[in-house]
Design a protein around this ligand. Sequence first.
Ligand SMILES: Nc1nc2c(c(=O)[nH]1)N=C([C@H](O)[C@@H](O)CO)CN2
Length: 117
Amino acid sequence: MDKVFVQGLEVLTTIGVYEWEKGIQQKLRFDLEMGHDNVPAAQNDDINKALDYATLSQLVTEYAEQHQFELVETMAERVAELILTRFAVKSVKVRLTKPTAVANASGVGVEIERFAN
Ligand SMILES: Nc1nc2c(c(=O)[nH]1)N=C([C@H](O)[C@@H](O)CO)CN2
């Protein structure tokens, strides 16, 4: 399966389990990988037949900025649902990193993969 990916998409949002986290913004980093047939876009050299990674990045950024969750698991799941609902993709992998959560780690987070029906 062909892929379209977005690497290192950084978004500032309110996320966390603890009370002190509910009044601040923290950085999240999304790595997204979509299963998509890229042949029609390549054959026609046509953005309308492509999975537009710019539009997808904008949608994910706006969603993450505007929604507040406690867990990175919840954010990852909702973003996967959003992509599967809004784009004609066969699968989506969401790797979500919270870079500043654990002081002596460069990042912590989750990775999930979900499939279209
Ligand atoms: N599996 C998870 N563990 C933890 C999460 C989380 O979202 N998923 N969140 C926290 C806190 O919000 C933490 O990021 C604050 O430093 C702790 N563990």
